[in-house]
Design a protein around this ligand. Structure first.
Ligand code: SF4
Length: 386
């Protein structure tokens, strides 16, 4: 197989890994890219945290894997066509794609071959060739393999803009149901702790672009019969303790010829609710106790968690829009971080008198209406809803 066909095969096998902004609702590709962009060979449109849109090449260095995670299409012994790149073979190919503007960023992962340390060495060798031999200056996201060593984690951080370790499950017990030979604390959580340690102790100039890379992880939502509470507790802990940039939630889909082939798929709406709740924890000052978990420790699928919280706590105690602080404003449905800033700015020059004033600030006023007072008054829309 030539390099292009190897790449076609490996990129087509990589669709389940996430990078960039998750979609507002589960969907195959963000609509912010033209059909032509979406049709580019090998690449996926991705939006980086700084808002930049790039064509990201997501690929494996090898789809051979010696491990046997129950949910995974690459697990050992599964019969399908596998492929492997050598580091120099892939680096020269990616350098050509980058020069031809067919790829503007790289997300590189791999199946585990010969142990996590050896596999990590190949990923690092590829990134080193790109940065040093081919002078590639674009975005690189490197996967940290289970079992990678501490100095390998540091090297990955020196070369990449983002590094990730997929925890897959929220704790040791749940991981055992998904991946019997992965060790939650030593193999997966420990590298995330090392990344945080390096980020706090190594001077910024030691990293390739003068900035320590961000860290993300991914969970298989529904893969281990875990609850939303378990997933969001783990996410909250990671946000606070290892400065996680983002948790990705990938709704479980059964793969034929794996032990989970008959396990029901997870409703994609669950993935969406988990994203919404994780943003409330990370950006909106919510605590775990604020989230509207049902008796089974899951979030209701039918309700936006912020809306459900407001229905419980704000509907009888609406917030005065002309006095509220930012931390109060961002708890109101329809008002996001930018909307709250816009309200604070507008209040410097005039009072906000009705919903039309909010609409002019780009706020979804109808959603916010039931939870607001304008100088002590409910709006006509509120009274109607009331
Ligand atoms: S180690 Fe990774 S690639 Fe290998 S079976 Fe497990 S999840 Fe799949």
């Amino acid at each position: 197989m030539d390099s292009i066909n190897t790449l076609k095969l490996l990129t087509s096998q990589m669709s389940f890994e996430a990078d960039g902004e998750p979609p507002a609702l589960p969907s195959p590709a963000p609509a912010c890219f033209s059909p032509k962009e979406r049709d580019q060979a090998f690449t996926h449109p991705a939006q980086l945290p700084n808002g930049q849109k790039i064509l990201l090449l997501k690929t494996l260095l090898s789809s051979v894997c010696e491990r046997d995670c129950f949910y995974c299409p690459f697990r050992t012994g599964r019969d399908f066509r596998r492929a492997t790149f050598k580091p120099d073979e892939f680096a020269v190919l990616f350098a050509k794609l980058s020069a031809a503007k067919m790829a503007e960023g790289l997300f590189l992962s791999s199946g585990v071959v010969g142990g996590g340390t050896r596999t990590q060495d190949k990923i690092l060798a590829t990134a080193e060739l790109l940065r040093q031999k081919y002078q590639y200056r674009g975005y690189i996201h490197l996967k940290i393999m289970p079992g990678a060593e501490k100095d390998q984690v540091y090297r990955a951080m020196q070369l990449a803009d983002r590094v990730s370790v997929n925890l897959e499950a929220p704790n040791t017990e749940r991981l055992a149901k998904l991946a019997p030979h992965k060790i939650f604390l030593e193999e997966l959580l420990q590298p995330l702790k090392w990344v945080d340690e390096f980020r706090k102790t190594i001077p910024a100039y030691k990293f390739w672009n003068g900035r320590a890379p961000s860290t993300v992880t991914q969970f298989v939502a529904g893969g281990s019969d875990e609850s939303d509470l378990e997933l969001l507790s783990a996410t909250n802990w990671l946000n606070k303790n290892v400065s996680l940039k983002r948790a990705y939630f990938s709704a479980f889909h059964p793969i034929m010829d794996t032990p989970f082939e008959n396990k029901p798929a997870t409703n994609p709406m669950r993935e969406h609710r988990l994203y919404q709740a994780s943003f409330l924890l990370r950006d909106y000052g919510f605590d775990l106790e604020d989230l509207p978990f049902a008796n089974d420790s899951n979030l209701p699928l039918h309700a936006d968690p912020k809306q459900a919280w407001a229905q419980m706590y704000l509907i009888d105690k609406p917030i005065e829009i002309n006095k509220a602080e930012k931390r109060e404003l961002i708890r109101i449905p329809g008002i996001g971080l930018k909307g709250a800033e816009a309200i604070l700015l507008a209040r410097r020059t005039s009072r906000l008198r009705d919903l039309s004033a909010l609409k002019k600030l780009g706020i979804v006023a109808e959603r916010a209406a039931p939870y607001l007072l304008f100088d002590g008054r409910r709006t006509a829309k509120q009274i109607e809803l009331w």
